[in-house]
Design a protein. Structure first.
Length: 283
């Protein structure tokens, strides 16, 4: 049975008597801490956070408003990296997130920026793992048992399929989707869809584009740009990027892909599975 708890300088919150909140932790109003949880001295829980039970939160970890964490989750543990020597790195989790059972997220490394950062409205399903220095945007969904190695960046509204794995330093663009059981060793363009082990770019995330209400004209522009970049025979890829940037300059979605392709990155761009132009246009 939970009880109202208050320190001299903190608002009321619900704390189960079997749980422990270390001196120094900052707990917001209306927070619920269920049975057998352990909260470290540098943790900050914003208003309305709900911890179900059997949860460990340590290190310099901040969790935003109304985020809900399910049992047997471990947050803010030290990074799994041989160069880590106890530096005070951080984990930052946004508001309105849902972290299901057995999720694990490690804080950053000093040489990797020092922060593992999770955006708002993120859904992490059962047994998801996020390595050190990962950066997730807003409205990202990761299905059960998927994992991101260190230094991976995932942009807004991306979806990571169940039991998939993403190599360190990879980038996943906005609104992209990684299929279930895929192994992603390279960067995935915005709106792209990657399938297979090892994964290949198989097309655009058309289901996601329709769900977000993107106009048909925008989808046609994306399909044309995808064909010109990854399917059509022609000049070297760098030249095709320049041509597509000019040809579809009026499309903000295509411009997002072009900016992604031109950005400095540690990994190559995920190549497309070779298909005919007819297959791509008729998807």
């Amino acid at each position: 049975m939970t009880r109202l708890h208050k320190t001299s300088d903190q608002p009321l919150f619900n704390l189960d008597p079997t749980s422990r909140v270390a001196p120094g932790a900052r707990v917001g109003e209306g927070v619920e801490i269920g049975p057998f949880c352990r909260i470290g001295p540098y943790v900050v829980l914003a208003e309305g956070v709900r911890l179900h039970s059997h949860i460990v939160i340590e290190g310099h970890t901040t969790i935003g408003r109304q985020t809900e964490v399910y049992p047997f989750t471990a947050l803010g543990g030290p990074p799994q990296h041989l160069r880590y020597h106890g530096e005070p790195t951080r984990l930052e989790i946004g508001s309105d997130c849902v972290l299901r059972e057995h999720v694990s997220i490690h804080r950053g490394t000093a040489h990797g920026g020092g922060v593992t950062a999770i955006g708002n409205n993120v859904m992490l399903m059962t047994q998801v793992h996020l390595g050190h220095d990962v950066r997730l945007g807003n409205h990202v969904v990761m299905a059960g048992k998927s994992s991101l190695a260190g230094h991976v960046t995932v942009e807004d509204h991306a979806i990571i399929g169940g039991a998939s794995a993403v190599h360190q330093f990879c980038r996943i663009g906005a609104h992209a989707i990684v299929g279930g059981c895929a192994a992603l060793p390279m960067d995935l363009i915005p709106y792209g869809m990657a399938v297979g082990n090892h994964a290949r770019l198989t097309g655009l995330n058309l289901v996601g584009l329709k769900r977000m209400g993107l106009p048909r004209s925008s989808i046609h522009a994306l399909r044309g740009a995808f064909h010109d970049l990854f399917v059509a025979e022609g000049p070297p890829f760098r030249s095709r990027v320049h041509e597509v940037a000019e040809r579809y300059a009026a499309s903000p979605e295509v411009s997002k892909i072009i900016a992604f392709l031109r950005a400095d990155a540690r990994r190559s761009i995920l190549p497309a599975r070779k298909r005919s132009a007819v297959e791509v246009i008729e998807d």
